[in-house]
Design a protein around this ligand. Structure first.
Ligand SMILES: [Zn+2]
Length: 243
């Protein structure tokens, strides 16, 4: 019987809403297993067409299921349902969520939207399912493969997760802005779960504006403050010009 897949693409905000109301079952997953697809490589990813190809691949193996999620530049693809055991790691399939990061990470780390989506998915699932770091596995821990890629280490992953914030939805701008996610770590006053994940819209707007106009690079809290100052100045001038 061919495997049943969901084949739906979500952005990070949609994924967050999706898992918040998702019925993970009486024995919800209590661990994550991180993979890379290795093939297809990132440049060959073609969204729904790639998902169909992967489905054919798993059907060809005669498997009743596959991994749960494929994370790519274009979004988070739902594959096997997360309330059932998938097939992705022979020794860890039971009560785990298999997350495939699209690309080959033996020589380079996650980058761009793929990185933003992968970190977001891992962090949101850890929070939603109360999964601690000891229960975030790499495929290679129980296999001779290098999966999820030699360039990906636990130290790197957890330090990136510490700094990670979901970007607020900006009007007309749904893509993550490179560098902003880590910048948000420098913004003080983030307390609640919501706040912890959200960087203030005013700061994100300012940073996005500076980035869009390529005024300067943003690396730290000081740069964010400068961005806000420039942006306010710009809005002031614009407001006066319109009078
Ligand atoms: Zn793997």
């Amino acid at each position: 019987m061919p495997i049943q897949i969901i084949n739906r693409r979500l952005d990070l905000h949609e994924f967050r809403d999706y898992i918040a109301s998702y019925d993970f079952g009486v024995q919800p997953p209590d661990k994550l297993v991180i993979h890379h697809t290795w093939r297809p490589v990132k440049d060959k990813w073609a969204g729904a067409r790639s998902i169909e190809g992967l489905k054919r691949y798993y059907d060809g193996k005669g498997w009743p299921a596959g991994p749960h999620l494929f994370v790519a530049d274009d979004g988070i693809w739902l594959f096997s349902p997360m309330n059932k055991d998938g097939i992705h790691t022979s020794k860890l399939n039971h009560r785990s969520i298999g997350i495939e990061v699209v690309g080959d990470y033996d020589n380079e780390k996650w980058a761009g939207q793929t990185k933003y989506h992968a970190l977001g998915v891992i962090k949101l699932l850890m929070l939603q399912l109360k999964i601690d770091r000891q229960n975030v596995f790499f495929h290679r821990e129980v296999s001779s493969k290098t999966c999820p890629g030699t360039a990906i280490t636990k130290d790197w992953l957890f330090s990136e997760l510490d700094d990670f914030r979901i970007l607020p939805r900006l009007p007309g701008k749904t893509k993550a802005i490179e560098g902003v996610a880590s910048v948000s770590a420098y913004i003080p006053g983030l307390t609640s779960l919501d706040d912890e994940f959200m960087i203030p819209v005013w700061a994100a707007e300012a940073v996005a504006w500076v980035h869009r106009h390529q005024l300067f690079e943003i690396h730290n809290e000081e740069d964010v403050r400068d961005a806000v100052k420039f942006y306010r100045f710009y809005k002031l001038i614009k407001a006066n010009g319109n009078q």
